[in-house]
Design a protein around this ligand. Structure first.
Ligand code: KG4
Ligand code: ZN
Length: 341
């Protein structure tokens, strides 16, 4: 089955072609620079940019895959969650294409797609879906932080999530207080690399609570007070690196310890992670160390597939269609607030 997938839930316009669990092409047009001057994603601007980019990105994805529109067997798009005005663009375009070509259409849950992105391995441009194992999956991005038990392919249950800010938001808001451009996660990661993570002590919210939930707003507040009380810190490069390493360590320790604990409790043998924050070097290293100590296999999404992309939408859509899933009718609507069950 040759399937075209569209992702426009936030600030990446992405189109992929997949076939038999293989990515034939995956083009991502990021809008990061457009939104940076506003310090966050502006929904109307995102939607306009998707409108502008969708056809050229689709043409590029088809060209890179060596596939014409007439060869497509199915079309998929992100149905939710996400920004309504952004979702509409890709969802309706995909539906219209499927309608015109009289092909099946599948609407995909963005986070369910993240759950399967760690299983896509190899060269990201031509990667395959590997053999799946039951796992506990950590999804960490700018908008979401959640732990999910994936008991079998297409069978999952959310264990917990953030009750306030997402982990990526904590990186971004810390960066904002430091005067860094949005999004700041990658820059804090870079600064933290040569810092001492034990230099300053920041809270590890909910780390020892018995549930699988997260909370990062208290940490953000303590970062704000810390910077207020250390006014010279931003002008002292070594102290700044220590500060970044210390904040990052607090976020990473909470994420790693709660993920490992959930996996032990549920008796799975594998842990996976995806979402933009999974690009973080310390998170990748600390998860690897903790999984090594506890005897879990670790399957991290490729960095290029951690951030939003249409390949993960297509890979899941094809598996759903092959499993007999019926997509929404052609009058089906976007679901901006769709929570993963
Ligand atoms: O998944 P993503 O591209 O978009 C969504 O939010 O859906 O994730 C973006 C988030 C931003 O908060 C960004 O700061 C964070 O991922 N991020 C990182 C790193 N790279 C991206 N956070 C920490 N370390 C990184 N290396
Ligand atoms: Zn995402």
């Amino acid at each position: 089955m040759t399937l075209l997938a569209l992702e426009t839930s936030c600030d990446e316009t992405s189109v992929a072609v997949v076939r038999a669990g293989e990515i034939l092409s995956n083009i991502v047009a990021s809008q990061i620079e457009l939104h940076a001057e506003y310090g966050g994603v502006v929904p109307e601007l995102a939607a306009r940019e998707h409108l502008r980019n969708l056809i050229p990105v689709t043409q590029a994805a088809l060209r890179a895959a060596g596939v014409t529109v007439t060869e497509l067997d199915a079309v998929a798009a992100t149905q939710g969650p996400g920004l309504a005005s952004a979702l509409m663009v890709g969802f309706k375009a995909a539906q219209a294409l499927a309608f015109a070509r009289r092909k099946p259409f599948v609407g995909i849950h963005h986070h369910e797609a993240h759950l399967y992105s760690p299983w896509i391995s190899g060269n990201p441009a031509r990667a395959h879906f590997d053999e799946f194992q039951p796992n506990v999956s950590l999804i960490v991005s700018g908008g979401h932080t959640m732990l999910v038990h994936v008991a079998a392919e297409l069978k999952h249950r959310v264990l917990g999530g953030t009750i306030d800010d997402a982990a990526g938001e904590c990186f971004d808001k810390t960066g904002k207080l430091m005067g860094l451009p949005y999004p700041a996660g990658a820059e804090i990661d870079r600064l933290a690399e040569q810092g001492n993570a034990k230099a300053f002590s920041f809270p590890r919210p909910l780390m020892n609570d018995p549930n699988d939930d997260f909370s990062f707003s208290g940490l953000k507040t303590s970062v704000r007070y810390f910077l207020r009380d250390h006014p010279g810190l931003l002008d002292d490069p070594p102290a700044l690196r220590d500060f970044c390493a210390s904040v990052q360590a607090a976020i990473v320790e909470v994420l790693v310890s709660k993920t490992i604990r959930a996996a032990k409790r549920l008796g799975v043998r594998c842990i996976t992670a995806s979402g933009g924050v999974t690009c973080n070097r310390s998170l990748r290293d600390e998860l690897a160390k903790a999984c090594g100590r506890a005897g879990f296999a670790l399957c991290l999404a490729e960095k290029s597939l951690c951030t939003d992309n249409a390949a993960m939408i297509g890979i899941l859509a094809e598996r759903k269609l092959l499993a007999g899933a019926a997509g929404p009718e052609f009058d089906g609507d976007i679901a901006p607030g769709w929570a993963l069950a």
